[in-house]
Design a protein around this ligand. Structure first.
Ligand code: KG4
Length: 338
């Protein structure tokens, strides 16, 4: 029996639709709003919702054309239910609910971060127990998985997310939004010359990025007030080393205290070249398998949502059509939704 799932993702500033047939990706269409939000230095939620409304039908249409299918061929509709921006999530959810109702097919709710984690399963099979390092603009979490769809958060940020910290540091340095990739590029030419205290050594698995962000901002302001030249490459390198080394340090603690067969990185910051290099090195040193996702699945997309939906379909995990979006959905509660 064939199993064709159409998945929609609209949690932030990408409107995306993917189609998966028996686990094979047939289409993966993304309409990014990043250029629009860049003008404001960050995502403007109201503009994001409006653009999702404009883009959702053309994006679904394009995915169907790419897969050479019609809506009659679809066996289930999957949707990112949360976490994310409420107005943005709402647009995708209404589209998915309408299609599920119209075609009388199941609706599959997918957790956005589960999607980021399962993007890695396009690369190779998961080996449990595994450690998923989830690093994005809104999240910084160490997630332990003993089996499929079983998520246990063992560490998380106490304040800012690491991606948010990259973006704010980039902003004070005058780099465009989103700043992570620009910091990464500048750091490649820089040296670690600025001293930035590394926060939260007292917690084994939790993170804190707001102190580091404030340290960089204060240092930059002080140097400017004193008319001292700021070497952007060196500042980017000093900041990036400090921010990423914290993730490596916490991961080392996890590897010491838990049995882990595989490490993977997920979310926008998993595109960071220094993080990718350091995690690979650590996994090799500790003889643990590692998955480094290709760059295409580090940003928001619906292929990752389709991948999770494929598993949920087999488990008959479907939602009622009165499902609401949940901008603060906790990944541990994933399978308990109403
Ligand atoms: O996962 P994502 O697309 O958004 C959320 O769902 O939160 O992640 C976006 C984040 C932004 O903060 C962006 O600056 C960061 O990922 N990012 C990077 C890199 N590429 C994207 N951070 C560091 N280095 C990169 N190469």
């Amino acid at each position: 029996m064939s199993k064709i799932i159409l998945a929609i993702e609209s949690s932030c500033d990408e409107t995306a639709c993917a189609i998966i047939k028996n686990g094979n990706l047939l289409a993966n269409v993304i309409s990014s709003q990043v250029d629009v939000h860049a003008k404001y230095g960050g995502v403007m939620p109201e503009i994001a919702s409006r653009l999702h409304s404009e883009n959702i039908i053309p994006v679904i249409d394009a995915a169907l054309k790419k897969a050479n299918l019609t809506l009659n061929d679809i066996d289930a509709f999957a949707i990112t239910r949360g976490p994310g921006l409420i107005g943005a999530l709402h647009v995708g959810l209404q589209a998915a609910k309408t299609l599920a109702w119209l075609y009388n097919k199941p609706l599959i709710p997918v957790h956005h971060l589960a999607g980021h984690i399962y993007a890695n399963s396009f690369v190779k099979e998961f080996k449990f127990p595994l450690l998923a390092i989830v690093v994005s603009g809104g999240n910084t979490e160490l997630v332990l998985m003993n089996k499929d769809l079983d998520f246990q958060i063992i560490g998380q940020t106490k304040d800012d997310a690491v991606g948010e910290c990259f973006d704010k540091v980039a902003r004070v340095l005058g780099l465009p939004y989103p700043g992570g990739v620009h910091i990464d590029n500048h750091a490649k030419n820089g040296k670690h010359t600025y001293h930035l205290p590394s926060p939260l050594h007292d917690s084994l698995y939790d993170f804190s990025y707001s102190g580091l962000k404030t340290n960089v901002i204060n240092l930059v302001h002080k140097l400017r007030q004193n008319n001292e030249e700021i070497n952007i490459d060196d500042m980017a390198k000093s900041f990036q080393d400090t921010a990423i080394d914290m993730i490596i340090e916490k991961t080392k603690h996890v590897l010491k205290n838990y049995k882990i067969n595989q490490i993977l990185v997920a979310g926008g910051v998993s595109a960071n070249s220094y993080l990718r290099e350091k995690i690979t090195q650590l996994a090799n040193d500790k003889n643990v398998d590692v998955i480094i996702p290709p760059l295409w699945c580090t940003t928001d997309n619906a292929a990752m949502i389709a991948k999770v939906a494929d598993l949920l379909f087999d488990k008959n995990v479907f939602a009622q059509l009165d499902l609401s979006c949940d901008p603060n959905w906790e990944i541990q509660d994933y399978l308990n939704f109403k």
